[in-house]
Ligand binder design. Structure first.
Ligand code: FES
Length: 121
């Protein structure tokens, strides 16, 4: 069902929490299941210098949020925008088919945080 990588990210989420002084913020809810994800970023020199996430939902959403923060940290904004739901799922060793939309939620929320940052420039 879940891989050891996914279980580890669920049990020990990386970069979890709020970021009151975030420069960009994304907040997405999946209307079908009600899962909510928030992503906060700080940018320095065109790269994601710091990132946090908050998840209110299933274990796959928590694992996807945790994984995407690790994948995005240190990346340029264009590199971070290229992180897809597929790459999050693959990094977790694969998600069950009925949980693939959790990685989609993570990718869309990260992309929204980057767009929010760009709008504020
Ligand atoms: Fe819907 Fe996780 S069950 S996003």
């Amino acid at each position: 069902m879940y891989t050891d990588i996914a279980k580890d990210h669920f049990a020990h989420p990386r970069n979890a929490g709020v970021m009151p002084d975030a420069q960009g913020e994304g907040s997405q809810e999946n209307p079908a299941c009600g899962d909510l994800l928030k992503v906060f970023i700080k940018v320095n020199g065109g790269r994601i210098a710091d990132i946090r996430f908050q998840a209110f939902g299933c274990s796959a959403t928590i694992a996807s949020g945790s994984m995407i923060t690790e994948m995005a940290k240190g990346k340029s904004l264009s590199e971070a925008l290229a992180i897809s739901d597929q790459s999050v799922s693959e990094a977790l060793g694969g998600l069950p088919p009925n949980k693939r939309h959790c990685s989609t939620l993570a990718a869309e929320t990260l992309h929204q945080a980057i767009e929010d940052y760009r709008k504020k420039l």
